[in-house]
Design a protein around this ligand. Structure first.
Ligand SMILES: Nc1nc2c(ncn2[C@@H]2O[C@H](COP(=O)(O)OP(=O)(O)OP(=O)(O)O)[C@@H](O)[C@H]2O)c(=O)[nH]1
Ligand SMILES: [Mg+2]
Length: 314
């Protein structure tokens, strides 16, 4: 499956709702762009969870160009997609690899966001690039968490470093990085326990893991990926602020985008969080990860309206 197919797979629910609703706004001869139309369009956009600010900017863009005229759907869609591209644009954000020695990636987020699964997906991706991966199971809080990562490691053929139950997660992270250095691994990925951004002691623990890694390898961790659960919509925005304060996140992985019709949350995140969206999680399997590409995202969101299905007309 190609990358664009994966983005489409992830956004299918959002696209189906959005495209059906927008199509319903138009008759074959077009529609008068008046306040009533703009209000209806606003309501539809808001349903995707893109946020009020972004939806207002989209509507404004349509108003300025078309107000008072009868316009065909394809022209409105072209206008919407143009603005949306601007709203989600971001500089390219590839993984920042270490100039030498292992690249250390720390993964953080609230409980159940999709961290461990994302690590499995990243492992598969790095392995496909010919890199050896060492995993650090620094979620020592739950025995099942270590077991889950161990199963993934076995399945993917990655090395894993674990610790005693309830032992210091920073110590496990330290040993994982050391093992990556000793065995010449290209990448070391450190899993952490889920925590709420309001749990001060646990946020401090995260800061400690970060600093222990940095003492072992100057400049590490090279990436701190914050995993957000797309199905919880805009909650992710406050999580991003708190986690970034504790561990200077370098990018976001938006997991479970396939499980929601609120894929527009990517727009809200891009608008309100000063971090690039690096990857989207589009399913539960190890291959269900795709780099986030803003243009492909916009195209996937409006796919049915840009390329109408046979027989349905434009
Ligand atoms: N549909 C879908 N499910 C996902 C995705 N990513 C993770 N999941 C599922 O979400 C659930 C939680 O995923 P985990 O990876 O265990 O989440 P976690 O953040 O490590 O959880 P804790 O360690 O308990 O904090 C699992 O059932 C995963 O299979 C995704 O991109 N799409
Ligand atoms: Mg986990």
């Amino acid at each position: 499956m190609g990358l664009f197919d994966k983005i489409k797979q992830g956004l299918a629910k959002t696209k189906n709702l959005l495209n059906t609703d927008i199509r319903d706004l138009f008759k074959s001869e077009g529609r008068l762009i008046d306040d009533a139309f703009l209000e209806e369009l606003f309501e539809i956009l808001i349903k995707t969870d893109m946020g009020v600010t972004a939806a207002q900017q989209e509507i404004e863009h349509v108003r300025v160009e078309f107000r008072g005229r009868i316009v065909e759907m394809k022209d409105v869609v072209a206008n919407l997609t143009k603005k949306l591209r601007e709203l989600v644009a971001q500089p390219e954000a590839p993984i920042r690899f270490a100039p030498s020695g292992p690249t250390v990636i720390m993964v953080a987020g609230v409980n159940g966001a999709g961290k461990t699964t994302t690590i499995a997906k990243l492992t598969k991706m790095f392995q496909s690039q010919g890199k050896k991966v060492v995993l650090g199971a620094a979620d020592t809080f739950r025995a099942a968490a270590v077991e889950q990562l161990t199963i993934w490691a076995g399945r993917l053929g990655a090395e894993i470093v674990t610790g005693e139950a309830k032992s210091d997660p920073a110590a496990v992270a330290h040993r994982a990085v050391s093992q990556a250095i000793e065995t010449g691994a290209g990448v070391c990925i450190v899993d952490t326990a889920g925590r709420l951004q309001t749990q001060q002691n646990l946020m401090k623990e995260l800061t400690k893991i970060h600093s222990v890694i940095g003492k072992r390898v100057p400049g590490a961790p090279h990436e701190v990926l914050l995993v957000l659960d797309a199905t919880t919509g805009q909650n992710g925005i406050s999580q991003a602020r708190s986690f970034t304060e504790a561990v200077q996140c370098t990018g976001i992985v938006l997991a479970k985008i396939d499980g929601t019709a609120k894929g527009g949350v990517i727009v809200a995140i891009r608008q309100q969080v000063g971090l690039p969206v690096k990857y989207l999680g589009v399913g539960e399997k190890a291959e269900d990860l795709t780099p986030f590409d803003p243009d492909q995202f916009v195209e996937a969101m409006f796919e049915d309206l840009i390329k109408p299905k046979e027989g349905k007309g434009a």
